[in-house]
Design a protein around this ligand. Structure first.
Ligand SMILES: C[S@@+](CC[C@H](N)C(=O)[O-])C[C@H]1O[C@@H](n2cnc3c(N)ncnc32)[C@H](O)[C@@H]1O
Ligand code: SF4
Length: 463
């Protein structure tokens, strides 16, 4: 069994600070209205002239009930009319998107996220998939993934998803402990999760993922250990072990969580380390900052070959060179620009009603952004940055271009001195305990961060 690493309080004092998770670089707070519905079509036109399959994301925001911890963009409703209206507009958006991509229709990565996509009825799910595939062609080996909530997902929906070709399923668990569940207003029995899991296995999903969160209120080591052991016994192909992002200034319902019920930073990292040790001992391979996969899983292989990617859909090996997104709050990444859709349903509808893309804001990356994005995403995914490859790709001398960043890495109290990072002539590697602080390492390469860290909270904490 691997020994649990020791992370001292002093280290936490240095490294536990607000910081991005880098699901994108630049992060979404840099997005602005300078990039909107007028700018997006030109990027799509450029994407249409390019080669290769796309990644295609659909955001389905509905849930029956709001979990107190939730940081996702959700709409709580039981009103079927609201859902139907949304789907009508979503279909319109898909038509509009496809009309701008007449020559680029292949898709290698297809993902329904939320919210809870299985809040839709089977008929609605089928109609949405039909609309998507009327325009877009899924590669024979494409990844078709969906996020589901075991509390609301039915046998009929699972059978339908398989019949439609979905091959990956991700289920929200978070924690099995009844006290923790009560503290976050999410009651979900082990039996509910287990029966959906068994059904998905039986019906032949190629990959099943379970989501856990550490750092939730009332979590303790022995309790969370139990949750982890139940998950390990189920043997999912992948596990996401997310750090609870406490951002009550963005998600008002999180204010209902008592600060005193939250584990301290020291306890929180112990929850992670202990769970990590159990997953590793059970044969899982660590993927990026917060995932585990069985050794045969393609993520584990990609990690070993340092070819792992991450986008808004999560870790993947099938990343398309452009990612298009439909639905409220969806974020596309097309030809060097991010485009985020309206987050409010009413504004999303208004834009589409006017025949325009419902893009609220976005960001066109400049050359420096592209270089830094490469450095940050490589470090975050593979804990390794091939600096020679960056030099080749962008025509820079790494040591000159990143001289201030290299100096910060090697400062007397910096990550190199802490034994977290090794800098070699041709690469940078995150080593030892550094993997737990890779967000902090990535932050050194972020051009925007200094002016974003103010008294006003923006990011969740890195621990
Ligand atoms: C869209 S939900 C998954 C599907 C479904 N809605 C459910 O909850 O079962 C995506 C995942 O995000 C994670 N999540 C949500 N809010 C979070 C937060 N504040 N911090 C960390 N992870 C969070 C949860 O693990 C959740 O399962
Ligand atoms: S965690 Fe899942 S079910 Fe709960 S509110 Fe968020 S998206 Fe909905």
């Amino acid at each position: 069994m691997t020994a649990t690493p020791k992370i001292t309080v002093d280290l936490l004092k240095t490294y536990d600070r607000p910081g991005p998770r880098y699901t994108s670089y630049p992060t979404a707070i840099e997005f602005s209205e300078a990039f909107g519905p007028d700018e997006y079509p030109a990027r799509l036109a450029a994407a249409d002239r390019a080669e290769g399959p796309l990644s295609l994301y659909a955001h389905l925001p509905f849930c029956e009930h709001r979990c107190t911890f939730c940081g996702c963009h959700v709409v709580i409703t039981k009103d079927q009319e609201i859902v139907e209206k949304y789907l009508g507009f979503l279909h319109r958006e898909i038509d509009l998107l496809a009309s701008h991509l007449p020559n680029r229709r292949r898709v290698s990565q297809y993902h329904w996220g939320g919210g809870t996509p299985t809040h839709l009825t089977p008929a609605e799910m089928e109609a949405l998939h039909k609309k998507m595939t009327e325009h877009f062609t899924l590669d024979p080996d494409a990844e078709l993934a969906i996020e589901v909530d075991p509390r609301v997902t039915t046998v009929e929906q699972i059978e339908l998803l398989r019949a439609l070709g979905f091959n990956r399923i991700s289920m929200g668990v978070q924690d099995f402990d009844p006290d923790v569940q009560a503290a976050v207003d999410r009651n979900q029995t082990e039996a509910q999760t287990r029966s959906l899991y068994d059904l998905a296995r039986e019906r032949g999903f190629a990959s099943i993922n379970l989501d856990l969160i550490y750092g939730l209120p009332l979590q303790t080591l022995p309790k969370f250990r139990r949750t982890v052991d139940v998950v390990i016994a189920m043997r999912p192909d992948r596990v996401a072990l997310y750090s609870y992002a406490h951002v009550p200034w963005v998600r008002a319902q999180q204010k209902r969580i008592e600060q005193t019920d939250l584990p301290s930073p020291e306890d929180k990292i112990q929850l992670f380390l202990d769970a990590r040790e159990r997953f590793l001992a059970a044969g899982y391979v660590e993927i990026g900052i917060d995932h585990f996969a069985l050794p045969g899983d393609e993520l584990a292989e990609a990690r070993a070959n340092r070819r792992l990617h991450r986008n808004f859909m999560g870790y993947t090996v099938k990343v398309g060179s452009d990612m298009v997104a439909v639905g409220v709050s969806g974020i596309g990444d097309v030809r060097g620009a991010f485009a985020q859709n309206e987050k409010k349903l009413s504004r999303y509808y208004e834009r589409l009603e006017a025949g325009r893309f419902p893009v609220e804001r976005g960001y066109a990356l400049d050359r420096d952004d592209l270089i830094r994005r490469e450095a940050i995403t490589r470090l975050m995914c593979n804990l390794w940055l091939d600096t020679v490859a960056v030099e080749r790709e962008f025509g820079i001398v790494f040591a000159e271009y990143f001289a201030p960043e290299l100096a910060r890495l090697s400062a007397p109290d910096g990550p190199v001195a802490h034994g977290f990072v090794e800098v070699a002539p041709d690469h940078i590697e995150v080593v030892g305990l550094g993997r737990f602080f890779v967000r902090n390492v990535a932050m050194i390469f972020d051009r925007y961060l200094d002016r974003r860290i103010t008294d006003k909270p923006i990011f969740s904490r890195t621990v």
